[in-house]
Design a protein around this ligand. Structure first.
Ligand code: NAP
Length: 267
């Protein structure tokens, strides 16, 4: 995995379990490369081209930086404008994005069909993971409203999805009641700030709203706790983390990933 910093990543445990479950020998290593170290990035990609490294995950701050160094992007990575998985296909270095399908697969796994009506989603935040979430939801037929503290950042995201209907709302004037799904893509509530929530204290959700918080550390965020206290279904992002890792593993190895073993490694 390329990123910076990479101190607390769960990915080595998840992928080590995936390799072991399929009887494969291998290591999942962390390559901390600073944002300025363009040569470090190129050198690592050269090792992938040479077959010395089988594949890479990419995280902050390199998800966009690597794009110009790829031979091809998958359609998903192209529209989202971010790469989180790299592999070789027919002598070409391919940049892919498994965050979007990973989010959608986990959303479908954890949600039940009752919340699908009226099929409107509110996405909080407009950064890297918001792009993947918005893309996944729009392609799945959701009406999406994007709420961000910086309207210009939200507008940029909207502009890059020009073929879709997407609303923008100010973070401070959220229309909670029309949303059957609320997805938090901001880091608010992440350890060590576990008492913070992206929504104001005492927010009342509509009946049957489903809350999906991409934050997975802590395992139960304040947002999720508050939603559950109102009797709603809610989840943090560990399932998405496992699913995007499983999809990457399948691209690298051609084998089905053992999701249960991967989940157990970080339970
Ligand atoms: P990012 O690119 O930095 O985007 C974060 C977004 O949140 C930006 O729009 C940012 O706005 C906004 N934001 C940050 N602090 C805020 C605040 N106090 N109030 C309002 N908005 C705020 O980060 P990212 O890669 O999207 O990751 C976001 C979170 O998702 C992280 O906690 C990450 O661990 C998690 N994540 C989970 C998974 C998973 O598999 N479960 C995958 C990816 C990411 P500004 O630009 O104005 O700061």
């Amino acid at each position: 995995m390329i990123g910076f910093p990479l101190g607390h990543s769960l990915s080595p445990s998840i992928h080590t379990a995936a390799l072991k479950a399929r009887g494969l020998h291998g290591d999942y290593s962390l390559f901390p490369i600073s944002p300025e170290d363009k040569q470090g990035l190129k050198d690592l990609l050269a090792r992938v081209r040479a077959g010395e490294i089988h594949g890479l995950n990419v995280t902050i701050p390199h998800k966009q930086n690597v794009i110009e160094l790829m031979d091809e992007l998958t359609p998903t990575a192209k529209v989202i404008g971010a790469v989180n998985t790299i592999y070789m296909r027919e002598d070409k270095l391919i940049g892919d994005n498994t965050d979007a399908p990973g989010f959608l697969a986990d959303l479908k796994r954890v949600s039940n069909s009752s919340f699908i009506i009226p099929h409107s989603a509110l996405v909080l935040g407009a950064g890297g993971s918001a792009r993947a979430v918005v893309y996944a939801l729009l392609n799945d037929g959701w009406e999406v409203t994007l709420a961000a503290r910086r309207i210009e950042q939200a507008q940029q995201l909207v502009d890059s999805f020009a073929n879709y209907q997407l609303q923008v709302a100010d973070f401070s004037s959220l229309i909670i009641h029309h949303s059957s799904l609320i997805v938090n893509t901001t880091p608010i509530g992440m350890t060590p700030n576990i008492e913070a929530s992206p929504l104001p204290e005492m927010t009342t959700f509509a009946e049957n709203t489903f809350i999906y918080d991409l934050v997975y550390n802590p395992r139960e965020t304040k947002l999720v706790k508050d939603a559950r206290a109102q009797g709603l279904s809610a989840t943090t992002g560990l399932g998405m983390l496992i699913e995007q890792a499983a999809l990457a593993f399948e691209k690298w190895t051609g084998l089905n990933a053992d999701r249960a073993a991967m989940q157990k490694a970080v339970a």
